[in-house]
Design a protein around this ligand. Sequence first.
Ligand code: SF4
Ligand code: SF4
Length: 127
Amino acid sequence: MKDCNQCGKCCQIYGDGGLSATPAEIRYWQDNRPEIARFVQAGRIWIDPETGDALTACPWLKQLPNQKKYGCSIYADRPDDCRQYPVLVSDMIRDGCEMIEPIDLRRPKVAQSKLDQLMIDSRAVHR
Ligand code: SF4
Ligand code: SF4
């Protein structure tokens, strides 16, 4: 199991309407990050504030200059859905996550333990 290399695949797969936010997260954005709250409508993320249509790509995913890496421009305040990923090795394999190594395919239970250790901080509940 490698560290995340910021390939961006997960954000590209799930950032097009596959994410959800809790009422507490939405209230936090409304009170503290109105520029994020603009992209929420009726509890749904991410919605185009001009048209009311669901966006086809996450508005916060940015390619790093001159690199094939991506970053989240609201990283500290991203939704819990994003903090939790990846949860299961099987999801990572399905999504083509680049943290997966050949040995993880042969020993998925060990890989899951390593993943759970790697994700302890990110999965901690923040609000
Ligand atoms: S909010 Fe950030 S972490 Fe979540 S999908 Fe968008 S770019 Fe990725
Ligand atoms: S798909 Fe995996 S390696 Fe790529 S950005 Fe997401 S967590 Fe990181």
